[in-house]
Design a protein around this ligand. Structure first.
Ligand SMILES: [Zn+2]
Length: 137
């Protein structure tokens, strides 16, 4: 059991996110070996369009639009260690352990298991977690 706790800001960023996914995140913070923050939850169409234009996403059919996705970043001394995939792996491990415990089906942008359908799936997206299309259409 970790001593990490979701910050108020992280909770605020989960407003509008599907309850089942929130449950997984709240359980994962208790299990994780590395602290993490919610960097994004539900997205407006306008924000999705901006990200699309910037090339930061390849899809306009993102699960963020419906509150079925969250982006989580490991936090080391207040910084996100973008280059260190092992830290993202650690967050993913906690998320999958929490999801299994709660019997909630998720997948991760770090490996895109579960044959999904989004155009984003060829790209490594370490912070991204979403409820599966199959269990949560
Ligand atoms: Zn995402």
């Amino acid at each position: 059991m970790s001593n990490f706790k979701l910050s108020t800001r992280s909770e605020m960023r989960m407003v509008g996110v599907h309850d089942e996914l929130k449950k997984v995140v709240r359980r994962a913070i208790q299990l994780t070996s590395v602290d993490f923050a919610v960097i994004e939850g539900k997205r407006t169409r306008q924000r999705q369009a901006e990200l699309f234009k910037q090339g930061a996403t390849k899809t306009m059919n993102s699960r963020h639009l419906t509150g079925h996705a969250v982006d989580l970043a490991p936090m080391i001394d207040g910084q996100i260690p973008w280059a260190d995939k092992s830290k993202f792996n650690a967050v993913a491990k906690a998320m999958f352990t929490a999801a299994a415990e709660l019997n909630i089906k998720i997948r991760w942008g770090g490996d895109w298991n579960e044959n999904g359908r989004s155009d984003d799936e060829r790209f490594y997206d370490g912070p991204h977690f979403e409820l599966t299309w199959r269990a949560y259409p």
